[in-house]
Design a protein around this ligand. Sequence first.
Ligand SMILES: C[S@@+](CC[C@H](N)C(=O)[O-])C[C@H]1O[C@@H](n2cnc3c(N)ncnc32)[C@H](O)[C@@H]1O
Length: 410
Amino acid sequence: MNEFKNKVIEEDCLRICDCLPKESYDLVYLDPPFFSGKEQQSKTRDGMRHYSFSDRWPRLSEYADFMGSRIEAVRPLLKSTGSIVVHCDSSANFVLRSILEDIFGAENFRSEIVWRYKRWSNSQRSPIPSHQTLFSYSVTESYKYNQIYGGYSATTNVDQILQSRARDSRGKSVYARDSNGVIVGSGGKKGVPLSDVWDIPFLNPKAKERVGYPTQKPLVLLDRIVRLLTDPGDWVLDPFCGSGTTLVAAKLLGRNFTGVDQSSVAVSLSRERLGNPVVTESNLMKMGEESYLNADRDALKILAGLPLVPVQRNKGIDALLKGEADGDPVLIRVQRPFETLGDSIGALRKASLKKQFSFLVVVATEASLVPYDQEENDLIVVDSTAKVIESLLRRRTRSELRLFESQKHA
Ligand SMILES: C[S@@+](CC[C@H](N)C(=O)[O-])C[C@H]1O[C@@H](n2cnc3c(N)ncnc32)[C@H](O)[C@@H]1O
């Protein structure tokens, strides 16, 4: 086994499988070509190195033969407690699932994980593809699985966290009670067990860990797979290792690994990465998507009813009006309490520098001693509904008072 310990081998993975030791790996993760019909290409950020691999196949049946023979070849390498994870997308997931069913058996299907991410692209005549699939099968019933727990959702009530559940005589889920009818505590739940939909950001073009290899997967994704299905000291095999993401994750988690790729360039790159692993910290992963939703809620309440897009992560602009005026967007800001109208306009002007817009709209919410009368063609200042009502009432009350005074003196 030592011969293959922490090694990256340049070879067709079908050929090397004959040489690798049987029943020795705890996890085999495959991220093969997906049947995209493309030559997958990309380059490093400095543009100095180009990488590519071919994902062109004359027919689906040839792809199915290619994958079938390789999945069959890796099965004997797995321990009886081991698992296989096959990464794919909608191009040929249906083929891979049926190959896996044949080789591992339907009874050993463990999960279909959906890796979901946000991606910007121009909408075609179908929804934007925003997920890939990972099929997981085990060799036997007694497979290794290290549960991962996440935080509770905002809708979880405190009783669900503190109390145990049981089934009543009709099979309905109820809070468990002891023989005296007293509710049984949960004994400290660890959180919510991992679901099969994983929100993990796609590697962004500026991510530190990006090495410029086409279809490079994020380390966070591989870190999760390796943790879930192996323990420290276990063995991980990646027969299509590309830039070596799985190997880096395994190394950082104290697992042994073997990587295989038929491309010499991929093998050198993997070795380079293993010599100096770089991990990108993802704020989105650390703090969750909610933390990015920081548009001012009070400001948005004042704009309620308008067709608008709330703007997140911008100190000067609260919203964009849906649709455009004169072909460009309209940017809106609501005056904050204790902010002068001039400051509010200044904040919106500053935020709109270098941005395309037709009009800036400031909604005035505070009574001002000095009316804003500077003429600016691209600026509209309007009073909030509350401010309009308040001033109408004030005027009306004053005239009623005058009427009362005049009647008194008549
Ligand atoms: C999708 S990429 C893997 C990307 C990798 N997971 C990463 O994060 O960088 C697929 C890789 O499979 C390799 N490959 C294609 N056919 C192969 C074969 N028969 N044996 C071994 N590697 C192969 C390609 O060279 C390519 O590097």
